[in-house]
Design a protein around this ligand. Structure first.
Ligand code: ACO
Length: 430
């Protein structure tokens, strides 16, 4: 196929830029020589239209509501796979066979403990410390305890050690931080439990009241983690890649991603949704007030859980989560008024021209918090749950970035709008 070019005419001179073909979706105009050719940079606030890398991990089509990991549709994966299988898929090139999956699981069990010295870290956070700050601190510290494997992604076998270590330890850290926040004894990971069962058991088992692991809860948790496992160049993943592009080790790059995820416009949204729904409940279901505020351009308030940078028809993850939410609450016999409020709000938003004309539909975080509540996960841990799910995606992107022979340190340009050059004035003359 002959190569195509895009032409740009500036001050009467025409410059050509090669079109890079994707395997699916938008192609790209490679403008990397634009500055050298024309003395101009491109300005694209929020990187709405800027590709920062090539990637073979996740494909999404915001118009059609398609999300595929390594070519597999998200609905198929959420319906049929375990989270560990999907993690393997993202980190490798394809789904594992039985032997590969068993080996991966075995490694996960091997690495599930954290160094006992790290447990003392928990004691030095104030009682109301944010679980996200604890998580990023602990993940950053992993480099000090396990430095030998965190910088070089190859060969594959040793990379499996690094990734399973991180996946297993982050799960343990998340559950331990919850137990510590309650002042309860820690529950250690068990060899006989799978990834999700282990997490639930570490969170909720007590010496005084053994926890019963319900298959419905395990299934819902699996789905939620799978649905969050990757989403191409979102804010936190781009952060992991950008930080990692400076040669930073895996743990520190992931810690940066955790911090990026924390924001209410990103992974913090599930918590913000539940708080907003609680607000509507406490406000005598005054939906109109919240909708009015969200539509008022002078009011900073937004309906959290609606809208997405990329999805402009529907978020395929939200459709699966809404169904899972109904199923889980029914299975657990939980009657949560927040679910009715969420549905009513969605109905109102979907028939309001302001939201329809701006393509604002429920996103992945609109119903996920209600499921987490039903499981007993505290609201301030919802973003930690998101981080658990997103972890394989972050690791896969860090590895892909490091394996890219054309990688360069991430370094955007800026359009300077400050003072022109000024002459220094000595202090006594100012
Ligand atoms: N409520 C009310 N109005 C909204 C909302 C919302 N949730 N989201 C966007 N809008 C409006 C904006 O005010 C803007 O209106 P205007 O054209 O009249 O100025 C228009 O829709 C476009 O909004 P942008 O901010 O330009 O859209 P952007 O793509 O930059 O932002 C984002 C996407 C951050 C997700 C946004 O929709 C939002 O803030 N949503 C609420 C927070 C949220 O749910 N975040 C989770 C996203 S999913 C995830 O990260 C896992």
């Amino acid at each position: 196929m002959s190569k195509k070019y895009a032409e740009l005419t500036l001050d009467g001179v025409t410059h050509s830029y090669p079109i890079i073909q994707s395997t699916q979706g938008e192609n790209a105009i490679d403008i990397s020589t634009l500055l050298r050719d024309t003395g101009h940079i491109t300005l694209d606030r929020g990187y709405v239209n800027t590709g920062s890398c090539t990637s073979a991990i996740t494909y999404l089509d915001g118009k059609e509501g398609i999300l595929n990991y390594r070519g597999y549709a998200i609905d198929d994966l959420a319906e049929n796979c375990s989270f560990v299988e999907v993690a393997y898929l993202l980190l490798h090139d394809d789904l594992p066979n039985l032997e590969q999956l068993n080996d991966f699981r075995e490694l996960m069990s091997t690495y599930a403990l954290i160094h006992e010295d790290m447990i003392h870290f928990f004691d030095h956070f104030p009682p109301n410390a944010s679980p996200m700050s604890i998580l990023s601190t602990m993940v950053n510290s992993l480099h000090n305890f396990y430095p030998e494997m965190s910088t070089h992604p190859e060969p594959f076998e040793s990379f499996d050690n690094v990734t399973t270590r991180l996946l297993a330890k982050v799960r343990t850290i998340a559950a331990f931080s919850y137990k510590k926040s309650l002042g309860h004894p820690l529950i250690y990971p068990r060899y006989d439990l799978n990834y999700c069962e282990n997490f639930l058991n570490m969170m909720f088992d007590k010496p005084t009241k053994p926890y019963t692991i319900l298959p419905e809860v395990v299934s819902a948790l699996n789905k939620l983690l799978i649905l969050h496992a990757d989403h191409e160049q979102n804010c936190s993943t781009s952060t992991v890649r950008l930080v990692g592009s400076a040669g930073v080790n895996l743990y520190a790059s992931i810690a940066a991603g955790i911090n990026a995820l924390w924001g209410p416009l990103h992974g913090g949204a599930a918590q913000a949704v539940v708080e907003m729904l609680e607000g509507i409940y406490a406000d005598d279901m005054d939906f109109e007030k919240y909708i009015r505020k969200a539509k008022d351009s002078n009011d900073g308030f937004r309906l959290t859980g609606f809208g997405h940078r990329v999805y402009k028809t529907f978020d395929p993850r939200a459709t699966i989560i809404k169904k899972a939410c109904d199923e889980t609450l029914a299975a657990l016999n939980v009657d949560d008024p927040l679910l009715d409020i969420a549905k009513e709000l969605e109905d109102r938003v979907r028939s309001d021209d302001y939201f329809v004309s701006r393509n604002l539909y429920p996103n992945v975080d609109f119903y996920s918090g209600i499921i987490y509540r039903a499981m007993g996960i505290p609201t301030d841990m919802f973003t930690v749950m998101f981080a658990l799910g997103r972890l394989p995606g972050w690791i896969a992107h860090w590895r892909e970035m490091n394996s890219d022979e054309e990688r360069r340190i991430g370094r955007p340009r800026q359009l300077y709008i400050g003072y022109p050059a000024k002459k220094y004035i000595p202090l006594d003359e100012r």
